[in-house]
Design a protein around this ligand. Structure first.
Ligand SMILES: [Zn+2]
Ligand SMILES: [Zn+2]
Ligand SMILES: [Zn+2]
Length: 220
């Protein structure tokens, strides 16, 4: 096999055996329907599925959560970035690394250190007092991913609000513990928490469109 410069390296951590599973996938291979990258222990796999609208749905095992996380991203993201990392929305720890081999190796190494620190911290403070873990550094990874996902959806015209199609004017604001997207025309908005254990964020990462509802405050 001849390595092309466009080859993409993917890495994730196997939740079963703890190994970092790394695979190199050629740009052409990324156009297949479904690609499965298995850990050598056979207990976990990373799944890439091509969707009809030139996106790739990633199903990624998570070392923190009982079920894998899903992300929907544009295909060009996988082949054009030097490095892109995907955080677990609950722990904030990156669970998938995509990019050039060198960049991925380096990112995995850095993330391993973060992971070790987080485990130490969790053991000392007890797993259940996550509410008091304010300002956890992992939140910033989740924030980046929220900003990125909203940016992509907005660019593709996949965000709708109270305005007629295509006329919403969206503003994305980063706040202390959340990201708020609002329409400057009709005033509809949605707040997505980036604090640990954010269900909103996890849902956002896996969606291909976003609808801003009329009165989100009243629904809670
Ligand atoms: Zn394994
Ligand atoms: Zn997770
Ligand atoms: Zn609007």
């Amino acid at each position: 096999m001849i390595l092309q410069p466009k080859d993409t390296t993917l890495a994730y951590r196997c939740p079963e055996c703890g190994t970092t599973v790394m695979s190199v996938v050629g740009a052409l291979a990324l156009s297949g329907d479904v690609i499965k990258l298995k850990c050598s222990c056979g207990c976990s796999e990373l799944i890439l599925e091509n969707t009809s609208d030139d996106k790739i749905r990633l199903t990624v095992p998570c070392v923190f959560c009982p079920s894998p996380h899903r992300y929907l991203v544009s295909r060009r993201l996988l082949t054009t970035r030097e490095l892109f990392t995907f955080p677990c929305a609950y722990s904030g720890i990156d669970i998938l690394f995509i990019g050039t081999k060198g960049a991925v190796l380096k990112a995995v190494e850095e993330s391993d250190k973060e992971l070790e620190e987080l485990i130490d911290e969790t053991e000392m403070s007890g797993i259940h007092d996550e509410n008091e873990r304010g300002g956890s550094y992992g939140d910033e990874h989740v924030r980046d991913m929220i900003l990125f996902t909203l940016g992509e959806l907005s660019e593709e015209g996949k965000i709708s609000c109270g305005c007629p199609d295509g006329t919403g004017d969206f503003l994305i604001e980063s706040r202390q513990d959340s990201v708020v997207i609002s329409c400057k025309n009709c005033g509809r908005k949605k707040e997505i928490s980036c604090a640990g254990h954010s269900l909103d964020a996890q849902m956002l990462f896996d969606c291909d469109s976003l609808y801003l509802e009329e009165t989100p405050e009243q629904k809670n």
